[in-house]
Every structure is written in C-alpha cells, then in structure tokens.
Design a protein around this ligand. Structure first.
Ligand code: 1GP
Length: 228
C-alpha cells in the first residue's frame, strides 16, 4: 500500500509523450517520492502499459491517475481517481466512475483506490476544456472548494491542478486552508527551483510534469528544491 502522506515530490509522466531510457532512468532514480502516470489526451491501454513496464525496472512507487476507462492497466501500486470538483459538465462528475465500476467493480482491490478532489484552475488546459471546468473566482471560492472536498465529501486527497501554467500561491494557500486534514497535491507549471520551493511551502506534494520533456535538468533540480 502506498504511503502518499509522506510524498513531498512526484513526477507526472504522460503515456502520450516520448521519453528515452536514459531520461526515464534519471527521473525514476532522482529521489522523487513517486511517479504518477497520467494525462488527458491520447491515453491508451498500450501506451500506459508500455510506460508502466518501463518504470517498473525501478523501485519508485508508481500510481496511475485514471483518466480513461480504456486505459486502466493492472499492476500499478495504486490508482488515483479524479473527481473534478468544478466540472461544468456534470457527465464528468460521476458518469465515468459509474461506467468504470460497472465494468471493473468486482475486480477492484479497494485498498489501492484513492479519490482525488480535483480542482482544475488553468482554463487553457486540456482537462479544463474537456470537463468544461468552471472558473474559480478567487481565494474565497477556492477555499470553499477545499471544504467541499474534505468537509462535505470526506475526501482525504485534494489535487490543485494548474496543468501547463504556474498557479497563484494565494489561491493554493486558500485551498490548503479549506482542505484542512486532507493531503494537498499541487501541479502546474513548476519549472524552476524557486517555484518548486514556493509551492512546497504551501502544498504537501509538488507534482512536476511538462518540464521533464522540455528541460530534464531543470525537472531533476525540483526534487532537491522540494525535499531540501
Ligand atoms: C499535470 O499537475 C501536473 O497534470 C503537472 O503540471 O505538466 O504543468 O508540470 P505541469
């Protein structure tokens, strides 16, 4: 069973993007606490299985963030199930979850499943467009989303998703406050040591994605920045 509460840093690898063996080794052996496999577009069973098998050469905990029912691959340490709190299209709230449980419900090891209260904050991101994410008006509303996740839904994980752009620390701080008691992930636009440190001071886990594919050394430097 994964111990996500101890994670300070995670890399997110996208099965739809290309990473060579040397770069993958550097990421997996970087000292990061976990690898999250996930993405929004172009995720298939085959590219997810292929990436999982390559990461499995290393000891790092590896989880799948499920975004596509056709790409649920057995063999990960755990499965993160996003529940998009600000989805403007209600079909993104429970319809995929019910479809998934209809298909796989009897095979699930529930101790491997974690639901993330997912708050989508970059309107330009693919996930925002796909889910028609409602804009979040400011820190007060952001805090209320945090409370919705923890106080109303009793979720123990909240994911602050700025995918592709660096977030507003005030908004992240407000969510952190509202989501008291939950484990808060921050992901989005972290490319520098300064950004990594800034978000690490607010969130429990800093997730680094895109920069892996743009500037591997910069990505690797975020590990030390977050973990000190
Ligand atoms: C994406 O939150 C992660 O789901 C990380 O975001 O790719 O912008 O680093 P970036």
């Amino acid at each position: 069973m994964i111990d996500y509460r101890s994670w300070r840093h995670a890399f997110k690898l996208d099965p739809d993007k290309t990473i060579d063996d040397d770069a993958l080794e550097a990421i997996c052996e970087s000292g990061t606490d976990a690898i999250i496999v996930g993405g929004t577009l172009g995720i298939t069973f085959d590219n997810t299985l292929d990436l999982m098998a390559r990461i499995r050469r290393y000891a790092v905990p590896t989880v799948l963030e499920v975004s596509n029912l056709q790409a649920v691959v057995p063999g990960f340490d755990s499965y993160l199930i996003p529940l998009v709190l600000n989805a403007g299209d209600p079909d993104w709230i429970f319809a995929p979850h019910v479809a998934g449980l209809t298909a796989y419900g009897s095979y699930i090891h529930w101790e491997e499943i974690f639901t993330e209260g997912y708050l989508v904050l970059n309107p330009e991101s693919s996930v925002a467009k796909l889910t028609k994410a409602r804009p979040v008006a400011g820190p007060d509303e952001a805090k209320a989303y945090g409370q919705t996740a923890t106080k109303l839904l009793n979720l123990s994980m909240v994911y602050v998703e700025y995918s592709g752009t660096y977030g507003d620390p005030e908004v992240v701080r407000a969510i952190r406050k509202g989501a008291e008691g939950a484990h808060v992930f921050y992901g989005g636009g972290v490319k520098t040591v300064e950004q990594a440190k800034e978000m690490a001071a607010i969130a429990d886990t800093v997730v680094v994605g895109n920069v892996i594919y743009e500037d591997l050394d910069a990505a690797l430097a975020t590990v030390g920045a977050v973990k000190g």
